[in-house]
Design a protein around this ligand. Structure first.
Ligand SMILES: Nc1nc2c(c(=O)[nH]1)N[C@H]1C(S)=C(S)[C@@H](COP(=O)(O)OP(=O)(O)OC[C@H]3O[C@@H](n4cnc5c(=O)[nH]c(N)nc54)[C@H](O)[C@@H]3O)O[C@H]1N2
Ligand SMILES: Nc1nc2c(c(=O)[nH]1)N[C@H]1C(S)=C(S)[C@@H](COP(=O)(O)OP(=O)(O)OC[C@H]3O[C@@H](n4cnc5c(=O)[nH]c(N)nc54)[C@H](O)[C@@H]3O)O[C@H]1N2
Ligand code: SF4
Ligand SMILES: [Mo]
Length: 706
């Protein structure tokens, strides 16, 4: 018997800047091999540990393979099989009833994020469907909007250079970026640059894997990065190390910025950031005199009340020293603004949104589900590509909301997540091996295809198909849903002028060519340096140290320091109860809450831990034998302490995101995080979180309370 063997091009769908290009080997309809595409310059033949076992994830015994209807109480996770026909009919009639009711269509809320980054399964028919029925809009703020807004104010777009150019860099700063974990392929390039003489420093309150592997770790106090950046500027201007020519030609507000920076003496900055002033002097000198200098700033940095401002201030630095001119100089937050794809407003049919439709900020789901005064209240929640019960701030209130008997919840999922447990109806979704998609990247400059390798398992279906079925059942116009997945890919690839670059950089990037090659690079020069000769897409066309847009928002038009909402220095009364600044960045073995259900990844992660300084541990009687309770007025979770000098006194780190139902106490770090928003961009403030920590009594464990 001859076996059918084929290799197809795929793309890692996860929310990760590397957007790896993958090759899947399929034998007789079964995926049997998966590897990183060796010819892709960033993927370079390797996938991270999580995704190299993606085939096992797809065929995992806990995959959701049938539509389910709830039989237990909300939260119990007890379901019974139903048919697609029944499930779609029930959802459609429930939504139609709500649309006709006094609450109207805005009582329906879609809730999705980047469980898949694919354009089709992430934001295509789903958006058309919700826009057409007039559902509330969702502001997708849970990750990046503060940083994007901050960078936009200074540069007019997201800070970016061709990440491949980092090979030329000689001074590399990982600023609030755990690059070796969260952007591992860029780390490989940094490492290569180091072999040719680059120095790597990492600014992070926590000695992350990246900090550990860097030449220098700068343990900054959380939420004080803009003060540090202003201190660096102070030294640069004071010692006349700035690139005055670049400032004069391409920047706006150089003199005003200089006067502002003069207020931030190294001594003052040292007292805010807890970084010694001699270290501030040293970084400033090295940064200004080693070329090319490159800053990888990432999203961890901006999950604070002043997070938008922090990114705005840091993105001023390359302009001050003229780093944008050099190959491998500048700063990099995200390349996602580089793609002139068909613009979202026509692809997602923003024209269908009824005038005056409200927006709900996804980071405030806790508030939206519990508010007495929200008119109309949220009566139906359709969740896909996200696991809000685990990832959303202020978890206890999110869960209280999800438990509401008058809330109709539908969850499209691959696995029985914490959120699934609260669903009225669960719809089984395909994984990346089973559906079509097309991807851009936020960590390089390629467009990539994802071809289905295998048939959908069980009765699972792609998100696109599920929303098609709903649209059809609800008798919406065929134009909403009739495009096939392949037609959608072709449509999204139609070049437009909405991106930072002109449509011509998309030349040759077609469905057919992508199918052949797997990935294609935007037609941009090697080591693309977008701001080498100014051309910032700001209102003034310059790098805006002075920003009228900030002023119009009622904010300081100049770079400044905006403290955390929960800052021990500015909120001593709160810190008297909750003295520890808690960070809860991802565990390397998980991707947000994805992969946290897989036994081999859980083994990698170990168990929920809390990194705490020797001083904070001993003053609380905490030993590594005890368990600790981490709490504030929002909630609590439990962890096993690790006593380490990898965090300073006053700071603790709980790496996540565990599934609540898998851990003692049934809650992860988001039981303590707050739904307050960032200064600009309406972003989540996960790392702006004051807590107290105490040992858990053995008697409590023995009594089975935990
Ligand atoms: N393995 C893995 N990779 C991932 C993810 C994952 O969950 N797992 N998530 C993906 C997603 S969705 C995203 S958004 C990116 C995020 O990528 P990163 O931004 O690199 O992610 P984080 O680890 O959240 O934050 C980076 C570092 O910022 C530090 N930090 C926290 N507060 C501050 C601060 O005030 N100042 C400074 N200087 N540093 C601070 C944290 O301690 C952390 O080590 O990673 C993506 N890649
Ligand atoms: N405390 C704390 N909280 C955080 C963070 C943190 O650092 N600390 N990080 C925040 C960040 S940066 C982010 S981006 C968010 C991420 O939060 P989410 O976007 O919720 O990400 P995941 O936890 O990965 O959950 C994605 C879910 O989508 C599902 N999924 C994947 N592909 C598909 C598909 O094709 N169809 C359907 N229907 N489902 C699919 C996966 O199975 C998974 O359960 O979490 C945030 N929460
Ligand atoms: S999660 Fe990131 S590093 Fe891992 S395979 Fe996907 S894109 Fe690559
Ligand atoms: Mo994210």
């Amino acid at each position: 018997m001859t076996h059918q063997l084929k290799v197809i091009h795929a793309t890692c769908p996860h929310d990760c800047p590397d957007t790896c290009s993958m090759q899947v080997t399929v034998k007789d309809g079964k995926a049997i091999g998966l590897k990183g595409n060796p010819s892709h310059p960033i993927t370079n033949g390797f996938l991270c540990g999580k995704v190299s076992k993606y085939i096992d994830r797809t065929y995992h015994k806990t995959r959701l393979l049938h539509p389910l209807v709830r039989v237990g109480r909300k939260g119990e996770g007890r379901f019974e099989k139903t048919t697609w026909k029944e499930a779609i009919k029930t959802i459609s009639s429930k939504l139609s009833d709500l649309m006709r009711s006094k609450h109207g269509p805005q009582s329906i809320l879609p809730y999705s994020y980047a469980g898949t980054m694919g354009r089709l399964q992430g934001s295509s028919i789903d958006r058309r469907f919700f826009h057409r029925i007039g559902a509330s809009l969702l502001e997708r703020t849970i990750c990046a909007t503060a940083g994007v807004a901050g960078s936009q104010m200074t540069l007019g777009t997201r800070a970016a250079i061709d990440p491949e150019a980092v090979l030329h860099s000689k001074y590399i700063i990982n600023w609030g970026s755990n690059t070796s974990v969260t952007n591992s392929h860029l780390w490989t390039l940094m490492h290569r640059a180091r072999k040719t003489g680059a120095k790597i420093i990492t600014i992070d309150p926590f000695r992350s894997k990246t900090a550990e592997k860097s030449d220098l770790w700068i343990p900054i106090r959380p939420g004080t990065d803009s003060a540090l950046a202003l201190g660096i500027m102070h030294v640069i201007f004071r010692d006349n190390l700035q690139d005055q020519d670049f400032i004069d030609k391409f920047c706006l507000g150089g003199d005003e910025l200089k006067s502002r920076a003069m207020e931030f003496t190294p001594e003052k900055v040292a007292s805010i950031t807890t970084i010694e002033s001699r270290l501030i002097e040293k970084i400033a000198h090295e940064y200004a005199t080693t070329t090319p200098a490159f800053i990888r700033l990432n999203y961890g940095l901006q999950r604070h009340g002043g997070g938008g401002m922090a990114v705005r201030v840091i993105t001023c630095l390359p302009g001050i020293i003229g780093a944008w001119k050099e190959k491998g100089g500048g700063a990099f937050l995200s390349t996602s603004g580089m793609y002139p794809l068909k613009n979202a407003s026509s692809f997602e049919r923003h024209d269908l949104i009824p005038k005056g439709t409200r927006s709900i900020n996804m980071s405030q789901l806790a508030d939206a589900l519990n508010a007495d005064d929200l008119a109309p209240p949220i009566k139906a929640l359709i969740v896909y590509n996200s696991n809000p019960a685990a990832v959303c701030p202020d978890q206890s209130r999110v869960i209280r909301g999800l438990k509401r008997d008058d809330l109709f919840t539908v969850v499209l999922e691959q696995f029985p997540t914490d959120t699934v447990d609260y669903a009225d109806i669960v719809l089984p979704a395909t994984t990346q091996l089973e559906h079509w998609d097309v991807h851009t990247s936020y960590g390089h400059l390629h467009v990539q295809i994802n071809e289905p390798a295998i048939e959908p398992l069980g009765e699972s279906l792609p998100n696109t198909e599920i929303f098609r079925m709903l649209a059809r059942e609800m008798n919406l116009e065929p134009e909403i849903y009739e495009a096939t997945d392949i037609e959608l890919i072709k449509e999204v690839l139609e070049p437009s002028t909405c991106g930072f670059n002109s449509a011509s950089v998309m030349s040759g990037i077609t469905f057919e060519n992508l199918r052949k090659a797997g990935f294609l690079r935007l037609d941009l020069p090697k080591d693309f340096a977008p701001f080498a000769s100014g051309k910032f897409p700001t209102p003034s066309g310059k790098c805006e140290f002075f920003s009228s847009s900030m002023k119009n928002l009622g904010m300081d038009p100049l770079p400044s320091y905006v403290p955390c909402h929960e800052d021990p220095q500015s909120k001593p009364e709160l810190a008297a109860f909750y003295p520890i600044q808690l960070l809860s960045p991802p565990d390397p073995a998980f991707l947000n809450s994805s992969f946290a259900n897989l036994e081999w990844q859980k083994q990698d992660a170990g168990r929920p831990t809390l990194l705490i300084s020797p001083k904070d541990a001993s003053s609380r009687g905490i030993t590594e034998e005890s368990m600790v309770r981490i709490f504030n007025n929002r909630g609590e979770f439990l962890a096993h302490p690790i006593i380490t000098d990898g965090v300073k006194p006053g700071v603790a780190v709980a790496q996540g995101l565990w599934w609540n139902k898998d851990v003692s106490g049934n809650a992860n770090a988001n039981a303590t995080t707050s739904s307050a928003l960032t200064d600009i961009g309406g972003g989540a403030t996960f790392f702006d979180n004051l807590v107290q920590v105490e040992p858990v009594l053995n008697s409590e464990i023995q009594r089975g309370l935990l």
